[in-house]
Design a protein around this ligand. Sequence first.
Ligand code: URC
Length: 318
Amino acid sequence: MKLRSGRTLYYGKGDVLSYRTYAAPLSVKAIPESLYTGDTNIIFAHNIMFSVSSEVLLTSFTQGDNTQVVATDSMKNFILRQTANYDGSTTEGLLAYISERFLEWYPHIEAIEISADRMPFGSVSVTEGSGWRDSQLVFRRSHNEHACARLKWMRSDAGIALSEHECAMKEIQLIKVSGSSFYGFVRDEYTTLPESYDRPLFIFLDVCWTYSEAEDAFDHKRDRYVPSEQVRDIAHTVFHSSNTPSIQNLIYRIGHRVLSSFPQLSEIRFESNNRTWETIVEPAGPVSAGVYTEPRPPYGFQGFTMTREDLNEGRIDE
Ligand SMILES: O=c1[nH]c(=O)c2[nH]c(=O)[nH]c2[nH]1
């Protein structure tokens, strides 16, 4: 973190694992692309990273003067204890709550950065008597995609202000077995890649977004919270329903749909990775057996940001 003097100075704690039970349930408006309408939040678990910065900490680096140093062990305790007091329902809200309490408690700290990966726990289905239902007691840890958030706060004469925020769904991994092509690219003496009219497209994808008003992310009662699960489900729907001429075009289409669905967002950002399987046995035709294996490195990647202005440009053929 850069201070007003231009110096970078920070320290903090990573991998603060916080397993909160019975946070307030989240409910959100349904969208056509998703079955997700909320979370019981019976398990509200996060891996949190936290760091602080301040001009008065300079002498701790230059002179070994620890008088203003909040031990990172105390930061960890602060985060865990304040997690118990949080009465909201979102990752972003939890991080904002911890940040505000910390800056109130330690007035000599000028800036903080806090981020978290949500650790997803899905419900298990159980049958008791007639029918199946979600257990409210037993949950299964998921290692699939997960929500993230990152906030930066700065103290000024006017008080404590949010200076940056970004929310995300990270580590999405999707394979589309048919309906993707890649052809028409530059062919010259360096080109060995054949054109493909139907490839099994496997992508790794991180989707990140910012709100016009971050308060919409912190307070779900404003009814404008964008759940990462719905963003993910829009990505699923777009990948499924449109022909995919390239990953570049796929992420543009996903971005267009997400920004159209959620007017409260100002920007969306993508980082994608191409993990298209290597073909070993070519399928004889559509819906027939093929055999593929893991691609070898190096892997291609794409990055793309879009704002609401992009909605006025270009046409999307749905
Ligand atoms: O979707 C793709 N975009 C590319 O730019 C590219 N380049 C490549 O070799 N394969 C692919 N696939």
